[in-house]
Ligand binder design. Structure first.
Ligand SMILES: Nc1ncnc2c1ncn2[C@@H]1O[C@H](COP(=O)(O)OP(=O)(O)OP(=O)(O)O)[C@@H](O)[C@H]1O
Ligand SMILES: [Mg+2]
Length: 331
């Protein structure tokens, strides 16, 4: 398998040319990290004619090679691009796909935007009018996805990625002394949550729904699976684009909605803002608001007490307020 690293330009250029991803006279001028990702290898490739992104999955977490990870996650990501390619409103808000090289687990995408992702939301939120426009686009994209028909369900089992995420969302955050680098001042709250049996029981039920072991009332649909500001990119013309569907699966829409709501909470949205947001989301049949709120709550908890921490600016007091609110949301 080709090594997707900045010092392997000659081999990468040769492979891209063989695959028809580069024109005969097109040459690579520079290779650089595409962004701040953890899971995969991602490179920004500047040629003498344009810029593209190469993304490769390896059988471990690219940033932490000692941690194993499902090797075929890029295959699922590629399938997602396939599944939405004929749906204009969905595909127009994702980078154009240049190609997929199954042998090298390599996906080539158009490079979009120049201003990076939306993780800055945690440091100010959608405060300006333009920001609200971005947000409408994101909610519209999500309901279009959840309404998307004709999906090959078996192609989106994504078992191994779901098993990995299940541990990180529903199990590890509520384990005592779980080794997570939680913010100083949250120790007491972490211990209190770990000792809360009712909470653990509900987390286990939600985890079963996530894994498809327990049913949900809503019509199952294709989910993005990781719908948070790290998967949203600024785009000069469209405002916002969506990337990184490697956790996609066929399941409850409430999961994507809940995750989004959790991250809008971290971005400073008030309860009223959140309700306003949901008004522009057209729910799939049987959509259960309580389930979405519970998924939102567990996402809040796991981002504060689990391994996958966020670049939040909030102090301990604010974090404890969020945790207590999440506990109330769980019911
Ligand atoms: N098509 C693209 N255009 C521009 N930048 C991109 C594109 N795809 C990825 N990037 C940049 O590379 C970063 C990592 O990409 P991506 O999120 O797909 O990788 P990942 O390894 O799955 O990351 P994570 O570990 O956060 O899930 C993005 O945050 C973004 O900054
Ligand atoms: Mg990812």
């Amino acid at each position: 398998m080709i090594d997707l690293s900045t010092d392997n330009r000659v081999a990468i250029e040769a492979r891209c040319r063989t695959l028809g991803w580069l024109g005969t006279n097109e040459t690579i001028k520079a290779l650089a990290p595409a962004g701040e990702g953890n899971m995969n290898r991602t490179l920004r490739v500047t040629t003498d004619q344009r810029t593209l992104v190469l993304k490769q999955s390896v059988p471990f977490v690219a940033k932490y090679p000692q941690i194993a990870a499902p090797a075929d996650r890029i295959v699922v990501e590629n399938r997602f691009y396939d599944a939405v390619k004929n749906d204009g409103p969905l595909s127009m808000r994702m980078p154009a796909r240049i190609g997929f090289d199954a042998d090298n687990r390599l996906l080539a995408l158009e490079h979009v935007g120049s201003a990076g992702d939306f993780l800055h939301l945690y440091d100010g939120g959608f405060s300006d009018v333009q920001g609200r426009g971005y947000f409408t686009g994101l909610v519209y994209w999500l309901w279009r996805l959840h309404a998307h028909q004709g999906v090959d369900v078996a192609a989106f089992e994504n078992r191994e990625m779901r098993a990995l995420n299940h541990q990180h969302i529903f199990v590890i955050p509520l384990m005592p002394a779980n080794g997570a680098a939680i913010a100083p001042g949250l120790e007491e709250a972490a211990a209190r949550f770990a000792a809360d049996e009712a909470l653990s029981n509900i987390a286990a039920q939600l985890g079963d729904i996530y894994l498809g072991k327990a049913s949900h009332k809503s019509r199952a649909c294709l989910l993005h699976g990781d719908y948070y500001p790290g998967s949203w990119l600024h785009h000069d013309r469209l405002g916002v684009m969506v990337i990184d569907p490697e956790f996609a699966f066929f399941g409850p829409a409430e999961f994507d909605v809940g995750v989004m709501l959790a991250h809008l909470t971290f971005s400073g949205f008030s309860q009223q803002d959140l309700m306003g947001t949901l008004r522009s989301y057209v729910t799939p049949p049987g959509f259960d608001y309580n389930l979405a709120i519970r998924f939102a709550a567990i996402e809040i908890i796991r981002r504060l007490l689990g391994i996958a921490q966020l670049p939040l600016k909030a102090n301990a007091e604010q974090r404890i307020t969020w945790l207590n609110t999440a506990r109330m949301m769980i019911g």
